[in-house]
Design a protein around this ligand. Sequence first.
Ligand code: A2P
Length: 340
Amino acid sequence: MSEKKFNVAVAGATGAVGNQMIACLEERNFPVKSVKFLASERSAGRQLRFKGDLIPVETLREDSFKGVDIAIFSAGGGTSEKFAPCAAKDGCVVVDNSSAWRMDPDVPLVVPEVNPHAIADYKKKGIIANPNCSTIQMLVALNPIRKKCGIRRIVVSTYQAVSGTGKKAIDELFDQTRAMLNFLDWKKNVYPHRIAFNCLPQIDKFMDNGYTKEEMKMVNETRKIFEDSSIGVTATTVRVPVFYSHSESVNVETKEYISAADVIKMLRNAPGVKVVDDPANNLYPLAIDAAGQDLTLVGRIRQDESISNGINMWVVADNIRKGAATNAVQIAEILAKDYF
Ligand code: A2P
């Protein structure tokens, strides 16, 4: 990291991801000259701690970014759509965690372990997009396979934690679970059905083709990041009563044959990956082990015996960290080091 220090803003600082972004900036010792924490008017008067100092939360406004070098956003799509261009106009580079800008051809969509070169395109709009949490962890695990033998098709089913929906959803799972275990009435506000002791095969809204927006994000973002529109991707995304970490069953059909043993060997040396694969001792990636750290855990790696070039695996990562905050801060680190 260069000696230079940066004026940094976090938009959505009071949210589940925003809180973690602040923690990541601190933990990773990002070269901060000053920080600014932004949220809605509802948070006026709150203070958040950064490196021992209490920083007042300011209301996000169009002129919040004057003098800011890098802003990391996680305040919802509508907020990013409106305020990211204001920040860019004032010369601030935005790393945006929402889906607002991801498919804009002039906005790079970046997983640092996969396509860090794409960051160079930030100059087009002053915005870099952080991919969807489920896509990030899947591509961290698949990129070494793609580079070695090419990918024809991916079939993925996800088991996604409620923290991906934000603080209100974390509270909803907690409150419903407590109510049910005490034989009390439960309420739902965030999800269309009870999430406690249940699995919901719906994440985000349904689209005309019968898939949800989350499922189509996995399709479209994978193709953009891998720079290959020919890859077939089909996804079923499911919300499960887990607080932190998304788990995914990933089936990949490669262009050239690769053995499961070679995949294991390759993934042991892959950036951002930890292979946890010891069936004899009941060891495989678990949501509870992925939570609170930054590696993507990969296990249950085995041949798909129904086709000639297929691999199955189980991929787990902390959706708030690698799926959101850590990935965004890693992008900011590359920006700071290579582009300022
Ligand atoms: P606030 O706490 O003031 O509502 P989460 O995803 O955990 O629900 O967090 C969402 C984050 O986005 C919070 O920090 C929230 O601030 C912020 N946010 C939501 N809407 C706006 C808005 N219109 N302007 C600024 N910040 C917003």
